[in-house]
Design a protein around this ligand. Sequence first.
Ligand SMILES: NC(=O)c1ccc[n+]([C@@H]2O[C@H](COP(=O)([O-])OP(=O)(O)OC[C@H]3O[C@@H](n4cnc5c(N)ncnc54)[C@H](O)[C@@H]3O)[C@@H](O)[C@H]2O)c1
Ligand SMILES: [Zn+2]
Length: 352
Amino acid sequence: MYKKRGDYVHFNEKAYNVLENYLLHQVDSIKNIFILIDDITYTHCLPILFQKIDFLKKSNLIQIKSGEKEKNIDTCIQICKSLEKFKATRKSLILNLGGGVITDIGGFVASIFKRGIRFINIPTTLLGMVDAAIGYKTGVNLDSIKNEIGSFYIPEFLIIDTHFLKTLPNEEIFSGMAEMLKHGLIADKNFWKQMNQIQKNIIQDENQWTHLIQKSILIKQKIVDQDPKEKGLRKILNFGHTIGHALESYFMNINKILHGVAVTMGMIYESWISYKINGLSISDYKEIKYALSTLCPINKISDLEFQKLLLIMEHDKKNEKNKIQFSLLKEIGKCSYNCSVPYPLIKESFLN
Ligand SMILES: NC(=O)c1ccc[n+]([C@@H]2O[C@H](COP(=O)([O-])OP(=O)(O)OC[C@H]3O[C@@H](n4cnc5c(N)ncnc54)[C@H](O)[C@@H]3O)[C@@H](O)[C@H]2O)c1
Ligand SMILES: [Zn+2]
């Protein structure tokens, strides 16, 4: 059974009470708790968690290197070996403390280890809080193919603590804001306007963060609740991602590109396609392009790069009947899915 909206996301101080109660009442032995971290969340986030719940210091730590490159099946095998070494059982629990890479890997390992153990997501990046940790998708990359191996698997619940954002670099904040803006673009015009007003000033006020993150999660969760396994409607969450994922895969081996940056570029190009074939008005297109290009600079794509990107897009899991499928905007706040787009138009979108 999928959990309904709001039931499983807990915020700030209250969230730690929920976690502490859960750990005291549901888990047989504290030794059976595993905390998955990367080298950065070990430094910045683990002390905060320990400060909130002291007895977690007795749990087993599994640490991996930070970064998208680690999101592969070899890392999962290493984690499974660590679980084995520390005598994890089917009753063990994994706490994923980190960004989208940690929650994707940790959720996937939880779904396969001994055919499934429990896990809790504690996302520590903005992108993790509003997107990666929400919606039950877990997984890893296969070489440069994004999220090719994975599962749908449900966490016990989620802890959102905006304190973690204090150590997050600005570029990572912008990366998460891109997904929040996407939520506005596909489903909630008011939220898009609200996000647009604040996007140039990084928010300092924690209450404001909590409010916006909460709203963004609700938008995603409402879509996921209607179509958890992505048979239809959920595909609108892929707006900006057909081109965005191709850019991410392509640049992964050349130089690092943030998921949010790739998606921001993808949203600009896919808005152009939306304008050409899906009824998006020119004024909406211009508003989107202006807002998003303020958020991140757009790289020019060469002809050769385009051919390579096209090859990657052809591998996209969302494709059907040998056609590249896009989710395209009808207007700000409304999105269609399963839209086939001819290759020349994809290329044209890169030139605008
Ligand atoms: N499962 C899904 O539905 C879904 C949705 C969107 C994105 N994703 C995946 O999420 C990943 C991207 O997530 P991300 O942007 O969080 O990347 P990330 O996990 O690599 O985190 C970004 C960087 O920030 C560091 N970091 C984490 N928390 C920090 C903190 N509080 N302070 C300082 N540094 C911190 C990390 O160590 C890392 O270096 C991609 O792999 C993407 O495919 C998954
Ligand atoms: Zn994304």
